[in-house]
Design a protein around this ligand. Structure first.
Ligand code: SIN
Length: 283
């Protein structure tokens, strides 16, 4: 029997009793979609999916999306390996800052499915923060600024004009494709979006890729964004997940931010990530 247990007061749920070896029946798919809309992150323990099963699971939420800028696995170009080798010490880690994935695309990923192949016994947790909870408790003066306003997102780390210094990049195991002029383009998205299934409102700003509000300069936007980021990454809105090999986590990339902790130098960590799309984010 499928059971859903909340992981924290405001976001994240663990779902037990899910088996996908013989396909994913419609009623299970429906339960999973609603659970994701309700909790923004759902974790399925001990699933051990094959790549084919992981892609089937991903399709429950939306068409599988091929990601730009990250070199995919040789086995399947819709899968990326989130890998840090044991010998990659004192480096950055892929996803090691609060962010949502690729919000600078015209149609950013709707969500991701991450499957743990090899993980440290301790360390390498992933943390998510609910942007639904963050918006709900955003101080009125900030709500007045973000409501009805659009923000500019730029894929600066992958473009021509801005690239992070070598030491801030993730380790050598993940090859990023950089220097693409398309990534320097300004893309506008609503700063507050409405989640399709639940109808709840969520902040949609990205500490890595959002540079300013549409009608403000970077200098005018910076202190406002800093105040919002301080609020929206508060531990109160977060869920920290400790991985075991075989676990799968699925998250809504539009209504949550996430952060890969980098506290396991000397130990190999490998997860496979697939990504799904949906209609572009809407106010
Ligand atoms: C990511 O998708 O940002 C990586 C998350 C993780 O490695 O924990």
């Amino acid at each position: 029997m499928v059971e859903i247990k909340k992981l924290t007061g405001l976001m994240g749920a663990e779902i037990t009793g899910v088996r996908i070896n013989d396909g994913i029946p419609d009623d299970l798919a429906d339960v999973l979609r609603h659970a994701l809309a309700d909790h923004q992150m759902i974790a399925l323990r001990g699933l051990h999916p094959t790549i084919r099963q992981q892609k089937q699971l991903t399709e429950v939420f939306g068409p599988v999306m091929k990601l730009p800028y990250v070199e995919p696995t040789p086995e399947d170009d819709e899968v990326i390996a989130v890998l840090k080798e044991a010998e990659e010490c004192n480096t950055g880690v892929f996803g090691g800052d609060w962010h949502s994935d690729f919000s600078f695309l015209e149609n950013p990923p709707a969500g991701s499915v991450l499957s743990a192949i090899e993980v440290p016994e301790v360390g390498g947790d992933t943390v998510w923060a609910s942007q639904v909870a963050a918006y709900a408790s955003l101080p009125e003066k900030l709500k007045k600024i973000v409501d009805g306003r659009r923000a500019v997102h730029i894929g600066a780390p992958y473009g021509v004009t801005h690239q992070p210094p070598e030491e801030e990049r993730s380790g050598a195991s993940i090859r990023m494709i950089r220097g693409d002029p398309d990534a320097d383009q300004e893309i506008l998205h609503p700063a507050v979006i409405t989640e399709t299934l639940s109808g709840r409102r969520s902040l949609f700003l990205n500490p890595i890729y959002t540079t300013r509000f549409e009608d403000m300069s970077e200098a005018e936007s910076a202190p406002i964004l800093a105040e919002i980021y301080k609020h929206c990454t508060r531990p109160d809105f977060s869920c920290r997940f400790r991985w075991r090999a075989g676990d799968v986590a699925i998250w809504d990339n539009r209504t949550s931010l996430h952060y890969a902790t980098n506290d396991y130098d000397g130990i190999r960590r490998l997860l496979y990530r697939t990504t799904f799309s949906a209609d572009p984010p809407a106010a």
